[in-house]
Design a protein around this ligand. Sequence first.
Ligand code: AHN
Ligand code: ZN
Length: 338
Amino acid sequence: MGQPGQFKNNLKLFFALCIILFSTSCGNEKEQPKEIITTQPVTVKIPTPDFNADSAYAFVKAQVNFGPRIPGTKAHERCADYIVAKLKSYGLQVTVQKGTVQTYDNKQFSLKNIIVEYKPDLPNRILFTSHWDTRPWADLDSINKDKPFDGANDGGSGVAVLIELARQLSISKIEKGIDLIFFDIEDYGMESTNTQYERKEDTWCLGSQYWATHLHKPGYYAQYGILLDMVGGKNPQFPMEGTSMQYAPDVVEKIWTLAGRMGYGNYFTTAVTGETTDDHLYVNTLANIKCIDIVHYEIDKHNYPFFHHTHSDNMDNIDKNTLKMVGQLLLEVIYTEK
Ligand code: AHN
Ligand code: ZN
């Protein structure tokens, strides 16, 4: 509350201010700079482009049309050629890493990890990955367990999102190092129900294990990586995956917060799964690069979705809206990252 004396003082202050204002607005007119010069650099955010889900959908279909991309088959070989040719057609720098691996059932396969380097000379890099091979058997189905399946989602969807991302990068002006790695032979692993063999760990993800122990560039480093696995299903759930939470909780936090801000919070939930084995495990443990997994997982069933490693993993269960959501999220990651 004010007192009578203070009112007088306030009045004096008012007149003093009037005099100052009058003198500065009239007397010093010629000395005033016309523009305000600040020392702050002006940062203009490049608007994030629209991820094209129709393109991504077409890339899933093109892969499925080759037939199951099983190591050692013609379809596998043709699909590798297709991915490489597509990426090169965008004018991007593409490297094919070749190697030989042995599977748990003692077969030898030559593998191809397909690598895109966007702005290879920039030191700050983000890595995006997915596997492009498909599992040789629908062993989680109730029928025809020994027959192959289309792998539209498990194999097809992640690759399709990354090809569309590559296309977007090729027409962008973004000053950020980005690497895309399409890992081979992820899905030739031993199921836990297979009692014929002794151990199951490390029988999966042979392409990523090979890459992590034979980096395409010595000392290769990325700030973090994001793995896509089964990102094309209807009404998906992308909970926080346990292995990602163990090795890269800050990255999970960041990406899920961004997804929430984009309105995807109903799909990118904060439930945490158990630790799963997927390509990101070896990026974390063998290459020492923080990597998270965006993977469709049904938290209530403690399992992958119904189509996983079954004959239902076909085009009928691919949803453009899901491809759009995941693709747009990755573009937003790229366009907001410093
Ligand atoms: C295991 O079943 C141990 N890993 C499965 C990772 C995977 C396979 N994701 C898709 N296909
Ligand atoms: Zn699989």
